[in-house]
Ligand binder design. Structure first.
Ligand SMILES: NC(=O)C1=CN([C@@H]2O[C@H](COP(=O)(O)OP(=O)(O)OC[C@H]3O[C@@H](n4cnc5c(N)ncnc54)[C@H](O)[C@@H]3O)[C@@H](O)[C@H]2O)C=CC1
Ligand SMILES: O=C(O)C1=N[C@H](C(=O)O)C[C@H](O)C1
Length: 273
């Protein structure tokens, strides 16, 4: 996919966003990839500006665009942390360009996931609700602990994020819930308890509950609580720097360069499968 001798060219979507900026900073510092484009939503005041200057530094020669067709045509990989609607639209164009689509966007519904599966028939899509090494290791631990403990151990996933987050439960919480359900040998859809409020009745045996806290500048915190009689086991991941997600995404973009069409996740990238 990469012209010989060149570093893979990466386009970052959601350039003005928290993750977009982190990604662009790390790609600009990298000796393994080049930043060849930056996209943002139509009407964003970043459109037409040099990304270095927009981020408060010196010009780097890449201008933020709202033209995904022309921009994605230059990419060997598109790294996309935006919104579900935007990601679905970018997926079609990235597949047409036969580029690797690395998706960090969370909050997708089933129709949107089906759309991504169709796009992945033409080019690789690497998607994960959390791209950090720590969380992807925690997923494996959660699966193992859930399998080892019986249904008399109640499973609860508790997550905390900054005040700007728009989706709940977080993508990470759902990954952890899915791993716990896999450990129990059942689909999460059969075990998931809807958000509790009011007279909920006693806890359904074997169910998996989710709670979300939103406030301040919390980068991302996840606990998987296994609550038994007389003891509790808590598996915890604390993110203190968004660079952990961006580093994972860039690693995924490079890993995907020699992969065929299909859907992949960070466990594939990190060799945890
Ligand atoms: N998988 C992972 O490891 C991580 C995933 N995320 C997810 O990434 C996404 C973005 O997070 P943040 O950067 O914190 O959000 P943000 O709100 O700071 O940035 C979102 C960016 O997407 C752009 N955007 C939104 N809707 C768009 C549209 N319809 N068309 C084009 N551009 C659009 C915005 O202009 C903005 O630049 C969220 O879904 C979040 O949950 C965040 C961190 C880590
Ligand atoms: O929106 C965020 O910030 C984050 N989103 C991801 C999620 O939904 O789990 C990953 C991380 O926790 C930060």
């Amino acid at each position: 996919m990469t012209p010989e001798g060149d570093l893979p060219g990466i386009v970052v979507t959601g350039a003005s966003g928290r993750m977009g900026q982190m990604l662009m900073r790390l790609i600009l510092q990298s000796d393994k990839a080049r930043l060849v484009g930056a996209l943002d939503r139509e009407g964003s005041d970043w459109i037409g500006r040099d990304v270095g200057e927009a981020m408060g530094g010196t010009a780097v020669g890449v201008t933020v665009s709202d033209d995904p067709v022309a921009t994605i045509a230059r990419a060997q990989a598109v790294i996309d942390f935006t919104s579900p609607a935007a990601t679905v639209a970018y997926a079609e164009l990235t597949a047409q360009a036969r580029a690797v689509h690395v998706i960090g966007t969370t909050g997708m519904d089933q129709a949107q996931l089906d759309y991504l599966a169709a796009a992945a028939r033409h080019a690789p899509i690497i998607r994960a609700g959390n791209m950090s090494l720590g969380v992807n290791l925690l997923v494996g631990l959660t699966r193992k602990v859930a399998a080892a403990l019986g249904e008399d151990w109640d499973i609860e996933v508790v997550e905390a994020h900054h005040r700007h987050k728009v989706d709940a439960p977080s993508g990470t919480a759902l990954m952890l819930g899915e791993a716990a359900a896999e450990g129990r040998g059942q689909p999460l859809a059969d075990l998931r308890t809807p958000a509790r409020e009011g007279i909920t009745g006693a806890r359904e045996p074997g169910s998996i509950g989710f709670s979300a806290i939103r406030g301040g500048d919390v980068v991302g915190e996840h606990d998987v609580i296994f609550a038994g009689e007389g003891e509790r086991l808590v598996l915890r991941h604390l993110a203190t720097d968004r660079a952990i997600f961006a580093r994972g995404a860039i690693r995924a973009a490079l890993w995907g360069q020699d992969k065929g069409p299909g859907e992949y996740d960070m466990a594939d990238v990190l060799g945890l499968t």
